[in-house]
Design a protein around this ligand. Sequence first.
Ligand code: HMG
Ligand code: MG
Length: 339
Amino acid sequence: MALRITRKRPATSRASKPSCTGHFGITIKTASLTNTVPHFPSRVTIVDVGPRDGLQNEKQLIDVAVKVELVDRLTAAGVRNIEVTSFVSPKWVPQMADGADVMAKIKRKAGVVYSVLVPNMKGFEAALGSKPDEVVVFGAASEAFSQKNINCSIAESIERFGPVTEAARAKGIHVRGAISCAVGCPYQGEVKPAAVGYVARLMKDIGVQHVGVADTIGVGTPRATQASMEAALAVYDIADVSGHFHDTYGQAVANIYACLEVGIATFDSSIAGLGGCPYAKGATGNVATEDVLYLMQGLGIETGIDLKQVVATGQWVSGILGRKAFARAGNAISAKLAA
Ligand code: HMG
Ligand code: MG
């Protein structure tokens, strides 16, 4: 698929030229590769969604103290955007019922954006006391998923998000929109980029400031992911589009690389690869923050985040949850440090 990229890109760094000789002494034709060496962003923003997207899926109720410590550790490691919790029905997602308590107890650092999810005005009003820096309204590119996740159609969701967006912006709170099932839906199957573009347009029209294109069930591969991104980029500026990739099929790092190729510079990830969506059965957690940081480090892209501290945090929270972290780089780095 040929992607037309004509927009202005953020500050970039040129990746190094591919070598002429491969690992096994095989000569590689470099001419065509050299022509396609992409201009990557020189800096990337990581939004750690672990405390919300990660923990919302845990069956065992997790102590507020653990949730607070997780957010505080991420802050200390240099993460500048953290999705802390959601203000949704406790009947639907019991794990997030303590959102206000968690928000009240975290140690906030100036310059860090602490976000919360709100599906409607009731959630927004409940969130206000917690003084979030950003609220996230969450819709879907699939009608079936919209019904299952938030019990309404796409059109109805936009009607709910409109007043939330207006009220939030009137108070100076940034509004992000999540577009779930941007590549595939657990109920409907394949989702076309046009459906992503359609929801992005609806969100833009009600004043949502940024859209996160989400592969909820992790079925996307690089070209399909780029096509979804392009649909959102037809509506939003490149700085206002981010990628959110669950790693169910192990494609998330490749999909992030594909997004870097088109100049996207904001990605959601989850510490230790925690999580999933309770309304997308079988979907695993988001791509691990550790793995994304390792990728960025290798590409020479700045994040401002201390990888070792993040690895330690991922190991710590996985220990509390009684399992191994779903972070390939995280586990490898941790093992190396322990040796
Ligand atoms: P509903 O049942 O249609 O709501 O649920 P309703 O307006 O008919 O109200 C029913 C009851 O819920 C009432 O209480 C309301 O007060 C209460 P009752 O009178 O029966 O006692 N209620 C609320 N309570 C607390 N907070 C609220 C709220 N709203 C109504 N905000 C609703 C609609 C949206 C509330 C429900 O479907 C819901 O809570 N869904 C949450 C689903 C969710 O959190 N999913 C996971 C997050 S999304 C995600 O993970 C995807 C993402 O990561 C991107 C990706 O990967 O795709 C973002
Ligand atoms: Mg998600």
